[in-house]
Write a protein that binds this ligand. Structure first.
Ligand SMILES: Nc1ncnc2c1ncn2[C@@H]1O[C@H](COP(=O)(O)OP(=O)(O)OP(=O)(O)O)[C@@H](O)[C@H]1O
Ligand SMILES: [Mg+2]
Length: 415
């Protein structure tokens, strides 16, 4: 389950907060029930009929409307949504002129398009045919999870789903704001042209926005599971937005099957407990990924860059320390269990030779690169034990973000 951080609030705000919390709970439970419906189709391996897709798409529109009205964020996200569609009917791709490919991931291709009536530029995501499930519900799930967070300025704004006229079932696209190039591209270009990554001040501003976006996702009992530079988009004003909810899951209410807790997302940015496929992993897997992103913003390099889960775990433990017997207990039946005693032995050997110490992360991020306050955020996010790791909301309360000039888009510490 997602551990929602305790938030301080003034007495005056309590009624408003109670109403807001109720709205959040309703949105989270609506999202969970739509996801459960989609899961049933997946389990039964039955393709959805056009009518079922239409119905679920309408439910997603309702979630989006509820989220937008509940949202306290002063964003243009919702007002910009192309809304001239018949209520209850899916949008048609005929309303958009396709302009060209803007991105491609392992599962989908994203095209830039212009709405013919409003002139607004959008991004349209379609799943590669080879990656579609029998039920064809991937984009519906992704849209539903995005809809819950609609209105937050650090999350890509959903417009809805659109189908090409005359097509059936799974042949539809997800329409969203065209949010700009990915952080991966921006950082890569910066490294190529200047040779320098981002300064601490720049990294702090990005991190404030990303943590605020992640806290909003978690507030709706959603775990993103794939936060990484390729899935962070940077708009023209230099603001960052979290996108690609393709691996996200709802953890609101109900029983979640152990099968749902697989190593989703991308190995290089995955928290140890996700690599270990620990059932019940929660929103703190996203906090870990944000720690990896923060490290990369400051150095221009991927911090833990291995391909296989077991090599990645060793790399992480090599820097942060192999877990002790107590901390390792929940993972005793995991696929690397037989290696952990060897890793511990290796670390003891290195420690004797003076080649390993517990401040190794600080060696990689010395004071010249990152102040003590900044390091507390990095270290708090990159903590192997999820029970001791900072949540996104808790990270925003640390002194690194206290300076007004560097205030997050909206500081959760103030709520
Ligand atoms: N809203 C958007 N605005 C602009 N570009 C976008 C948008 N959404 C996605 N992109 C671009 O398209 C690329 C692929 O999109 P996305 O990450 O959603 O696909 P994916 O196949 O699910 O990715 P992955 O390989 O992470 O699973 C992104 O890395 C980004 O460059
Ligand atoms: Mg992606």
């Amino acid at each position: 389950m997602v551990a929602l951080p305790a938030r301080d609030m003034a007495d005056d705000d309590q009624d408003q907060h109670a109403a807001g919390a109720e709205g959040t709970a309703t949105i989270a439970s609506r999202v969970a029930s739509i996801c459960a419906m989609l899961e049933e189709h997946d389990t039964a391996e039955t393709p959805m009929s056009s009518r079922q897709v239409e119905e679920i798409s309408a439910m997603i529109d309702d979630v989006a409307a509820a989220a937008a009205s509940e949202s306290e964020w002063t964003t243009t996200g919702d007002s910009k949504r192309t809304s001239n569609k018949t209520p209850g009917c899916m949008r048609s791709t005929c309303c958009y002129e396709k302009l060209g490919k803007i991105g491609e991931g392992s599962a989908a291709v994203v095209t830039e398009a212009r709405h013919l009536t409003t002139g607004q530029t959008v991004a349209m995501k379609a799943i590669h045919e080879s990656c579609r499930s029998v039920s064809g519900g991937e984009l519906l799930r992704e849209a539903c999870l995005m809809a819950a967070c609609l209105g937050h300025p650090s999350i890509v704004a959903l417009h809805g789903l659109a189908r090409a006229p005359g097509t059936e079932n799974d042949d539809y696209s997800l329409v969203m704001d065209h949010a700009g190039p990915s952080m991966d591209r921006i950082l890569g270009a910066r490294m190529r042209y200047t040779g320098w990554p981002f300064s601490e001040t720049e990294a702090r501003r990005f991190m404030a926005q990303l943590l605020s976006g992640a806290a909003e996702i978690h507030r709706h009992s959603i775990v993103h599971r794939d936060i990484k530079p390729e899935n962070i988009l940077v708009d023209g004003a230099g603001n960052v937005k979290i996108g690609d909810f393709g691996s996200a899951m709802s953890v609101a209410g109900g029983q979640i099957s152990a099968d749902a807790y697989y190593a989703a997302g991308t190995t290089k940015y995955s928290a140890p407990e996700m690599l270990l496929e620990t059932p019940g992993y929660d929103a703190r897997v996203d906090a870990w990924s944000l720690g990896c992103v923060m490290a990369e913003l400051l150095t221009g390099e991927v911090l833990f860059n291995e391909k296989s889960a077991s090599d990645q775990l060793w790399l992480i433990y090599d820097v942060l320390g192999v877990p002790g017997k107590e901390a390792w207990k929940p993972h005793e039946s995991s696929f690397v269990a037989s290696r952990v005693p060897l890793w511990r032995r290796e670390q003891r050997r290195r420690r004797r030779k003076g080649r390993w110490h517990s401040r190794w992360l600080r060696e990689l991020f010395p004071e010249e690169l990152l102040s003590e306050d900044g390091f507390k955020v990095l270290k708090g996010l990159l903590t192997c034990n999820p029970d001791r790791r900072l949540t996104a909301a808790a990270a925003l309360k640390l002194p690194w973000f206290a300076d007004e000039d560097n205030a997050p888009v909206k500081n959760y510490a103030a709520m």
